[in-house]
Design a protein around this ligand. Structure first.
Ligand code: FES
Length: 445
């Protein structure tokens, strides 16, 4: 087995996760029972519970020092007790360790919460570091093509494999598979606080608000990590995500100081279930693991268990719910919204809509100008230096949007991101966002 990695292993999404190892993925079980039926809901629940056990086994076996702590996980609500009661009932029916409670160690009162015992948190990079020692990894090697025959072309040479697993966060092969019409990406912002007295920071577990606009909490050593401000990449972004988190934090922890800030990006499926299994019916030896819906710790372990069983010819009793080609009744609204956003964004890139004048762009901000009949994104830094990128996404041509929180150009269609100089940060795009015409005038004093 070899791993081919375009940058350094662990450099991507995993390093920014809150690393909650839990089968409690928001309020998912009521939804699964309603739309997928008892059998599929059970497969989802049991696969994720097994993933928690698997982490413990690997950590024990390899004696990995990765700050692994067994803790309860909570989903709380400030206003809708009914939905928590329904979720507790659904989770219990599936044999999950669910308890209804109003008692938490959060710094505010909640209306109700659901607690799952014996879940866990850890330091994902310490875990990866130990696991990576047992693997052969080719870093700084970008895969550019994968053929049905198992021939893999990279920028450093080619490899031939009997089986290929595409675990590139967002799959970069558009056809077959067509993941670009059934997967979008979302961003989320986090701050790590320190300096509050230990009593106050002392959470007994990991917490997440059932409301998507609410907050997530977990402790790491003397730090408290708080996150919020989630939105679709390239759309609906709050102009001040970090300020919003830190304003709330100051209210709850007045003595705390913000030590770190960062953001993360997740692939979202319309029905909230990952895609794990064959990449497409036309590629029997190519597999996919994607769409973890912000629950990448257990979902990646589930993917590892299912795909390794498929390759070694073992039956896996939990795999059906994750089959990538499935009916998505529960996701049809999200699918339609995704299609509408893609259509609007593609059109916007080609329409002659009004644009900014270079001299009107403020320092530290960005705008879109017209140059040689083409739309060009311009960022003006605080020293009056201008940076030019194409606003046409190199993936499939949607219109890139400026993200003032992170000084990046983000694509609302599938979530590719580029820094203000046009350098690619997140796939599925395979190249930077500048072209020949812009290259000539990329920077301009
Ligand atoms: Fe697909 Fe931009 S990420 S068009």
């Amino acid at each position: 087995v070899v791993v081919i990695e375009c940058r350094r292993a662990g450099e991507g999404i995993t390093k920014n996760t809150t690393a909650k190892i839990t089968s409690q993925h928001g309020l998912i079980y009521k939804k699964l029972l309603t739309y997928k039926g008892e059998q599929r809901a059970l497969e989802y629940a049991m696969a994720n519970q097994l993933a928690i056990q698997k982490y413990e086994e690997i950590i024990d076996e390899l004696q990995i020092d990765c700050d692994y702590e067994v803790l309860p996980n909570y989903i709380y609500t400030l206003d809708n007790e009914q939905k928590i009661l329904q979720e507790v009932e659904a989770a219990k029916r599936l044999g999950l360790p669910a308890v209804f409670t109003r008692e938490t160690t959060l710094p505010f009162k909640v209306k109700a919460a659901i607690r799952f015992d014996n879940q866990a948190q850890f330091h994902p990079l310490k875990f990866l570091d130990a696991v990576a020692d047992t693997l052969k990894i080719y870093e700084n090697t970008r895969v550019t093509q994968i053929h049905k025959s198992g021939l893999i072309i990279t920028d450093q040479g080619s490899v031939r494999a009997k089986h290929v697993v595409i675990a590139t966060h967002y799959p970069f092969i558009n056809v077959p598979g067509f993941y670009f019409i059934r997967l979008h990406q979302e961003r989320f912002y986090l701050s790590a606080l320190e300096g509050e007295n230990r009593e106050k920071f002392n959470l007994d577990g990991m917490y997440l608000d059932a409301d998507p606009d609410g907050f997530t909490f977990r402790k790491y050593k003397d730090y408290l990590i708080i996150g919020s401000g989630g939105h679709r990449t390239g759309k609906y972004q709050p102009p001040d995500a970090y300020e919003m988190i830190e304003k709330a934090a100051r209210k709850w922890y007045p003595n705390a100081k913000v030590k770190y800030r960062w953001s993360n990006q997740d692939c979202i499926t319309p029905d909230s279930i990952p895609y794990i299994g064959r990449y497409s019916v036309r590629t029997p030896n190519i597999y996919v693991a994607t769409g973890f819906n912000k629950w990448g710790m257990t979902s990646s372990m589930v993917a590892a268990m299912i795909i390794s069983d498929m390759i070694t010819g073992k039956e896996n009793e939990y795999r059906k719910v994750f089959i990538p080609r499935r009916l998505m009744l529960s996701g049809s609204r999200v699918l339609l919204k995704d299609m509408a956003i893609i259509t609007i964004s593609l059109l916007a890139e080609h329409l002659k809509i009004p644009h900014d004048r270079l001299k009107d762009i403020e320092r530290g901000k960005a705008g879109v100008i017209r140059h040689n009949g083409q739309r060009v994104g311009v960022y003006r830094d605080n020293n009056d230096k201008y940076y030019f990128v194409t606003t046409k996404c190199p993936h499939l041509g949607c219109k890139l949007e400026w993200n003032q929180n992170e000084l990046t150009w983000d694509c609302p269609c599938h979530g590719s991101r580029f820094d203000y100089q046009g350098k690619m940060i997140n796939n599925p795009a395979m190249r930077d966002a500048f072209d020949v015409c812009i290259k000539k005038k990329r920077t301009h004093d």
